[in-house]
Design a binder for this molecule. Sequence first.
Ligand code: QAP
Ligand code: CO
Length: 173
Amino acid sequence: MILPIVAYPDKRLKQKSQNVEAFDAELHTFLDDMYETMIASNGIGLAAIQVAVPKNILILNIPDEEDEQTKDTLIEMINPVIHAKEGTTSYQEGCLSVPGFYEEVERFESIKVSYNDRHGNEHEIAAEGLLSIAIQHEMDHLLGILFIDKLSYARRKKFEKEYKRLQKEKKRV
Ligand code: QAP
Ligand code: CO
């Protein structure tokens, strides 16, 4: 089932999410719905709060070297925790909850993350490149933080102006 995506400036995106306690059939159905929603919207990452569920859940599906997005590379992270972070990098980020706007954001270059999978099993991975950036972007959602919150004052102003213009254009069609 495709779920509606919550878009900025909806206040729900500022909520802090809570840890998942039950790794049950309801969680599995929700994860499947998140995946269907992300793919239908041409996304590579989605946090549960973006579909109005304040739980520590995120999914990632980074395209491979041939730029193909297949379910084999889907990562589901439940209750993720970052243990180590190193270096800095930046990337022109976007977000399904801030449609049509992209801006350069600074992140840690490499991170170590532990998380649970849908069965409650524990995993630990080291990530770099786009995967590392995507994990940090999605984990910010769990804290109620959007990539636009990380922009300089001047760039945030530019965003507010551009986004308002985009919203008006959308209303016209
Ligand atoms: C988060 O973002 C991310 O504006 C995932 O019109 C961002 O999937 C991870 C999207 C940057 C790594 C680097 C955005 C789709 C998708 C839009 C997304 C849009 C349609 C964003
Ligand atoms: Co996002």
